[in-house]
Design a protein around this ligand. Sequence first.
Ligand code: GLA
Ligand code: GLA
Length: 671
Amino acid sequence: MPKPIKDVLPYIAYGGDYNPEQWEEETWYRDAELMQKAGVNLVSVAIFSWAVLEVEEDVFQFEWLDKILDILHEHGVGVCLATATASPPAWMTKKYDDIPAVDEKGIPYSFGSRQHYSPSSPSYRKGIKKIVKALAERYKEHPALKMWHINNEYGCHLSECYSSYSLEAFHHWLQEKYKTIEALNKSWGTNFWSQRYNDWAEIDFPVNQATFYNPGQKLDYKRFMNDQIFDLYLIEKNILRDITPEVPVFTNFMYQFKPLDYFQWAKELDVVTWDSYPDPREGIPYRHAFHHDLMRSLRQGQPFLIMEQVTSHVNWRDINLTKPPGTMRLWSYGGVARGADGVMFFQWRQGRAGAEKFHGAMIPHSDNEKSRTFQETAKLGNELKLLDSVRDARVKAKAAILMDWENWWAVELEGKPHNGLSYMETLEAYYKPFFDLNIAVDIVHPAADLSEYSFVVAPMLYALTSAEAEKLENYTAEGGTILFSFFSGIADKHEHIHLGGYPGPLRKLSGIYIDEFVPQSEEGRLTFVKKGRQFSSSIWADVIYPEGAETVAAYETGWLAGIPAVTKNRFGKGTAYYIGTAPEERFLKEFIKEISEENHVIPALKVEDGVEVSEREGEEEKYLFVINHNEYEVNVKLAEGTTYYNMLSKQNISGKEALPAKEVLILSYSK
Ligand code: GLA
Ligand code: GLA
């Protein structure tokens, strides 16, 4: 059994990716000293070190890593030891021609960048087993070892492979799934366009075809690749579990990452970690807040770690905006507020050579402790020491947004009534009101237990099984409130339509019947009216016929005039709302506020616009985070009769508190 993270890391984790192999030994000592000054307690080592650890096949060179781990340990810095498998070495790539992944045109990726391996390569699989075993055996007793950092950002650059090895594996995967070719034919609907198969060997990859792909084939390919990459993770995990059963393992997740089903993956991680790189030009990073909430929810509220972020600016956008003074600290607290128990960076020391030398780091090229970057880094690191007690405290949300990777894959496949639909953008549009209103929200899978939630939002839940729909019915019948958006309940997970009128298995629950969709042109704007007030919408309109539901708002535009845009249906002890279009932001905010209030789903504190509030609950105390994103000071009105402890200024406060621009209040109080 791996140790609980709160025991492994008796502090809020603070540090970053550390690549000592890029530096001379004398720098290692300076690094360790600076780490102490900066309050660093954890670094990820050896992520891209395979070539300098296994210098030739079976020839391992661990001495430098031994030394680094010793130095770090002597300086009180723990290590997330990476398994070094994120990029196989040149000798291996040349020696075994199955290593490189193959692109859609059948061309193998060449060596010289990173992550060029095929997840189906037998030689890669053999290779990772050897290096992971060797690392685990060598460092299993090392006191610096805190956690295992498996690989790095699986699938980041390559999440598809079209090699012959992958094809063979795909055939095998399909056989496991369907058992008979008849079952596959049925699932893929192959009587369409003469697509029938007699044998597994006849199946190609869904690439380079003359026109539209078979949706079943395409979906299964996505599932297969997710599983194939997941398999790599499991190979490493199982070896580590065997040799170091108590050491937690994880890999680092990414932002808006469609290829991998993180709900599936998270079950096999001991802690969720992710890499968060908001673009400063986007303003308040609510999309990243959505991801913090998602990462927390992936393991049912267990705190996560921000494994990477940047101090100043990245180098991989066209133009890389710098975070202004104080922003890195403010956004870091935004993560902690939503359940992060660690704030880490890519990377510790800014590189001298290589493709990422202009990527920000905790120590810039100047190596100057007085630099703004290092000053801000050290300030945050030392401040976080005041928050030890926040660790493991939970965000208690009464609202949830449903999210499903299978649905993401299906709803964005080609051939839809509107091919500009974005599942992620829809999720974010429905998330933003919760963020703006400071209402805590979990992001959960449709099959999850929803009984803790008073209000559930299901945006664009296109691919849904009847069993999942039944769970949503039961949830509502028991008193829950649910809100659907257009293009929900349309297909099953094979992407076969639920026949007999939309929204298929949600028809009874929503009390409506939809016979046709009316996608809108890019310029198309609809107007609808709710209680005498007019709102606009775009993208889509469902032609809704109520079957028991009441009309909350109806269109005014053209031939849709009078048709419901928004409906409400009493179902058992609960209520189901349905929005048949993509409304303007103002409407969603008002509507979500109204439904939330009706259900007593309220923010931990009422504050001005531009101020973010999130609360975590420990065993004895609550921790209230108030983050002022505005360029001006605001007044924060605290709950009457409660005395709070300001954890950063170490003073008791009550009543009203002035919160300067770009500042944060972290207040603990008794439950
Ligand atoms: C990713 C990778 C890192 C580094 C950073 C740069 O998160 O995991 O190795 O390339 O991006 O932002
Ligand atoms: C063409 C083809 C049909 C069908 C339609 C769809 O006309 O002949 O098989 O694909 O397009 O519009």
